[in-house]
Design a protein around this ligand. Structure first.
Ligand code: FAD
Length: 419
């Protein structure tokens, strides 16, 4: 097997596949090394197995949906963005469709369609693909990258792109090898933490599983920090589980929860009626309570039945006939419906979360090229760097786009060595 290449890409995940294709399209001889037997294992899992390939939002929105240092990507997105990702797949004959919140999927509803299209392109571009092979070390002379070492042999190239991913779902191959390799060559790794992760509570009603299985649509979920200041609010769906809360609103709040937990206790507050004031909601409750039924029956339809019963019990109104409930009881109920607080003790661990927060320090990466500022010819892309976005295609977009930019520049750097 040939040992000399222009560009070596380490990790055939979302960003690595795109990096390898782009470098090859620039004319580089590319080696793509993957530790798994198959490529794109994590990408196959996304969007519930349908591959949330990107998001159809303007670039400013993309950045806003990447709370972990999204602004660093402005330069990347000016070169290659979500619309380019869509064009890329359309040009490969993969039709995409838009769903809620701008999420884009292949019309086949199968992740395989996306990974197969990438694999076919990798083959067409004559990228050398080496699977079942673990890269263990970056070879360099202190200034310039020279290649990589695997468990068995060495390969050389003037450009190496590290795309080994984060530390979530290690069964997909992302076990954090890239952090260690980057650290060894002098890079700083900012603390890693779980993001896009369900929230765990030890509140009594959670442990008693009172609300397990209830889902709420388009609620506001707000994170309160130790000073009880609101840190962030997300309007999305929420699910009560046996351990706490999950669903899109909880996942989106999770990175803020983990950051806030460093300073003390954290809670989340559910506003089930974000479009109404307490006064307006009280008025609606008052109208519905003009009834001789028990309060929870009179108010059925305002909330899932078990949640309403739970609130009514909590306020000591459970045995009451609706029309007998005093106004301050209804005000208290409206207040609880708009401000139900749950204490959060932690999120799921990083291995069971969707996205890794933290990573290679961005000050050490050139945002225009994705090249290391410490070792010439070393590039980074994907979740490995200190960037994290919301699920909904934002991480995948960041990975594809940084993959493209690193691939293009790595090929250009390598071309100087050809003379
Ligand atoms: C269940 C799940 C659902 C998700 N859903 C969404 C979603 O809907 N929207 C969204 O935006 N994001 C989602 N994400 C996150 C998204 O999938 C990742 O952010 C993205 O795929 C990261 O791409 P990457 O190229 O950085 O890393 P990966 O795709 O993880 O690729 C890294 C690759 O490097 C290989 N590798 C690692 N170390 C070595 C080594 N030493 N030698 C050789 N190869 C190595 C790994 O085997 C792997 O193939 C989800 C994640 C999970 C786990």
């Amino acid at each position: 097997m040939n040992k000399n290449y222009d560009v070596i890409v380490v990790g055939a995940g979302t960003s690595g596949m795109m990096a390898a294709i782009t470098a090859a399209q620039q004319g580089a001889r590319v080696l793509l090394i993957e530790k798994n037997k198959k490529i794109g294992k994590k990408l196959l899992l996304t969007g519930g197995g349908r591959c949330n390939v990107t998001n159809n939002r303007p670039v400013d929105d993309l950045v806003a949906h990447i709370p972990g240092n999204g602004k660093f990507l402005y330069s990347t997105f000016s070169q290659f963005n979500n619309f380019d990702v869509m064009t890329f797949f359309n040009d490969l004959g993969v039709a995409l469709k838009e769903e809620d919140h701008g999420r884009m999927f292949p019309v086949t509803d199968k992740s395989k369609t996306i990974v197969e299209a990438l694999l076919n392109t990798i083959n067409e571009q004559e990228v050398t693909l080496l699977t079942n092979t673990v890269v263990t070390k970056l070879i360099h002379d202190g200034q310039q990258i020279r290649g990589v070492r695997t468990e068995l042999e060495e390969f050389s190239a003037p450009s190496v792109i590290l795309t080994t991913g984060g530390r979530t779902y290690p069964s997909t191959g992302s076990t954090g090898d890239g952090y260690k390799m980057a650290k060894k060559v002098g890079h700083t790794i900012t603390p890693l933490y779980p993001t896009e992760s369900p929230l765990i509570s030890e509140d009594e009603f959670i442990q008693a599983r009172t609300l397990q299985g209830i889902s709420l649509q388009d609620i506001d979920l707000t994170v309160l920090n130790a000073q009880r200041k609101p840190v962030v609010t997300h309007t999305m769906d929420l699910l009560f589980t046996h351990f706490g809360v999950s669903g899109p609103a909880a996942l989106r709040c999770s990175s803020f929860v983990n950051i806030a937990l460093k300073d003390g206790p954290v809670s989340v507050v559910i506003d089930s009626y974000p479009q109404q004031t307490i006064a307006a909601l009280t008025a609606s409750l008052q109208e519905a309570a003009q009834s001789k039924k028990q309060l929870n029956n009179a108010l059925s339809g305002f909330l899932p039945e078990r949640l309403m019963t739970f609130f009514i019990d909590r306020l000591g109104l459970s045995e009451m006939i609706a029309e007998k409930v005093p106004l301050d009881g209804l005000i208290a109920l409206a207040t609880l419906m708009k401000g139900f607080e749950i204490n959060i003790v932690r999120t799921f661990p990083i291995e069971k979360s969707f996205v890794t927060g933290g990573g290679i320090h961005l000050k050490e990466i050139n945002p225009k090229t994705m090249e290391s500022k410490k070792i010439n010819g070393l590039y980074f892309a994907g979740e490995l760097i200190d960037i994290n976005g919301y699920t909904g295609g934002f991480n995948i977009t960041a990975a594809f786009c940084t993959g493209h930019v690193s691939g293009k520049n790595a090929a250009e750097t390598a071309s100087y060595f050809a003379y």
